[in-house]
Design a protein around this ligand. Structure first.
Ligand SMILES: [Cu+2]
Length: 284
């Protein structure tokens, strides 16, 4: 009985911790924190509402109910209190109830869940398309143009900074990269995701985005971030020994800054490509 009361007490103390699901103040994971990072997109906000205000109360109520029933049974029907057990094994009414009630609960969960999946899956008309390719162990980003205009495309690799480099750059360890993904604020960004070698997963928690990167296959998702800022994500599909070291860093800039970045980056990389080409020509 003492053991039981300890478990029960532990359970209720754990319940007290539940209201701590408030959003965290920054865009990076916090020391000793749990719960979600602050939502930066409408999709993430809806995911948080679904989890915090819908799923959590339902599962908490179920856990509390089952715990109370268990405690009641332990007290009321133990060998001392109830030395002569009943011999029946079926009760149709009870069986109908314990089948129908869970079905009803699942339907109550399913309806907003499908609504949310629809919101994530149906991409609004995109202002910008970026292709993210996962490779062991970094990401390639490719800005594509639906009209096929080469002046509007640029591609580069995004590789994690080592601890000392990250410190020097003022970026968080294991999350900062050399060339982040850069997108404009307030615009619908469509992300096409694939992989070059094994499966990876493109995930940015603050955006509510997590989608598998599968070799030979294109997956797509989207996000629209209202507030400019720096957001971090990580590969979320176990992909080899450096799986933990291929983070995703996203800079969301006001449109004018984004345009300036794009022009600058394009010029810079075009020069690099030209240099590479010249080197190749010399080598041959
Ligand atoms: Cu991975």
């Amino acid at each position: 009985m003492r053991f039981l009361s300890k478990i029960t007490a532990g359970f209720f103390i754990a319940l007290l911790a539940l209201p701590a699901f408030a959003d965290l103040p920054q865009n990076v994971p916090q020391e000793k924190a749990y719960g979600f990072q602050p939502a930066a997109t409408e999709v993430a906000r809806q995911i948080h509402i679904f989890h915090n205000l819908w799923l959590m109360p339902i599962i908490t109520a179920i856990v509390v109910l089952v715990t109370l029933l268990m405690i009641f049974i332990f007290i009321r029907f133990n060998r001392k209190a109830n030395p002569e057990p009943q011999r029946f094994s079926h009760n149709s009414l009870v069986e109908v109830i314990w089948t129908l009630v869970p079905v009803l609960i699942l339907v109550i969960i399913a309806v907003p869940s499908f609504r949310l999946l629809y919101l994530e899956d149906v991409i609004p008309e995109a202002d910008l398309t970026v292709k993210a390719t996962g490779s062991q162990w970094y990401w390639d980003y490719e800005y594509t143009d639906p009209a096929g205009n080469p002046d509007k495309t640029v591609s580069y690799s995004s590789i994690m900074l080592e601890a000392d480099e990250a410190k020097a750059a003022g970026k968080p360890r294991l999350l900062g990269v050399d060339n982040p993904l850069v997108v404009p604020a307030g615009k619908v960004v469509r992300v096409i995701v694939t992989a070059s070698d094994v499966m990876h997963s493109f995930a940015v928690p603050a955006f509510g985005v997590k989608i598998d990167a599968v070799p030979g296959r294109l997956n797509e998702t989207w996000f629209k971030v209202d507030e400019p800022g720096v957001y971090y994500g990580q590969c979320s599909e176990l992909c080899g020994k450096r799986h933990a070291f291929m983070p995703i860093e996203v800079h969301v800039l006001p449109q004018a800054d984004y345009d300036a970045w794009f022009t600058k980056t394009q010029a810079e990389y075009a020069t690099l490509h030209a240099l590479d080409g010249a080197k190749l020509a010399l080598a041959n």
